[in-house]
Design a protein around this ligand. Sequence first.
Ligand code: ADP
Ligand code: TMP
Ligand code: MG
Length: 233
Amino acid sequence: MNFSSSNEIGRLIVIEGGDGLGKSTQARALKDRLESEGKIVKEYDFPSKSGTPIGRLIGDFLMGKFGDTSPEFLALAFATDRFSQRKHIKDDLEKGAIVVCDRYVLSNIAFQTAKLDDFERGKELENLLIWLEYGEFALPRPDLEIVLTATDAYYQEGSHLLRTDDPKRDYISGAADIHEGSSSLQLKVNSYFRELPEAVNRKKIAIEDEWGIRKSIDKLHGLIWQVLGELSH
Ligand code: ADP
Ligand code: TMP
Ligand code: MG
């Protein structure tokens, strides 16, 4: 993989999308595949679940401890959490690693603006987060955002809540978090991602085929791998 990058010698690849679509599964598969090809890969998972104080605060919010919180102020917590990892990510990129992020800035924009019915307020929050996270916090910009999308039916049927054990979710003891529990939020977030325009460094991948059947883990991994290959040319 040698597609052009603003991140010096490393590459930043982000897996995005609504809850329960297989992002963490695909981030892991991508890391394994890249490592098997001899690449140095570092994986980050946002929000942090590695016991930082800010990660714990966000975990408490997701467990419903603070009830409803203003999306604008909540977004600042997620942004601060990412900022706390900035130095590590930059160091990895400078050493030439491929950094795979399980969610990044786009998740903050998608989830927190989806809570705002007022379009102008949503746009202001989006601009604020781009200014804060990429501007003031100087987080590296992704070389590639892979956005997983699903049909509304996926969320209406509650498929996003069907999970086997995921050690990254221990903080919530396997239960649905405050976002996952809101089907109206999930539908809004999913349509935000579905309607997002593609770009050179942003590709969308539907997790279901044309008959609404969920693609296998291997099939989705193959599609992600193909996107990476296309960018390399
Ligand atoms: P996310 O990180 O998007 O919330 P996960 O990767 O944790 O999603 O996957 C959610 C659940 O779905 C897990 O139990 C996982 O094993 C399962 N899963 C992931 N991808 C697929 C797939 N393509 N087909 C069937 N089950 C899947
Ligand atoms: P996770 O379950 O994928 O770890 O993500 C936790 C929740 O936090 C999920 O509903 C998406 C949301 N989120 C934000 O609202 N802003 C962010 O910046 C990130 C990374 C996640
Ligand atoms: Mg996940």
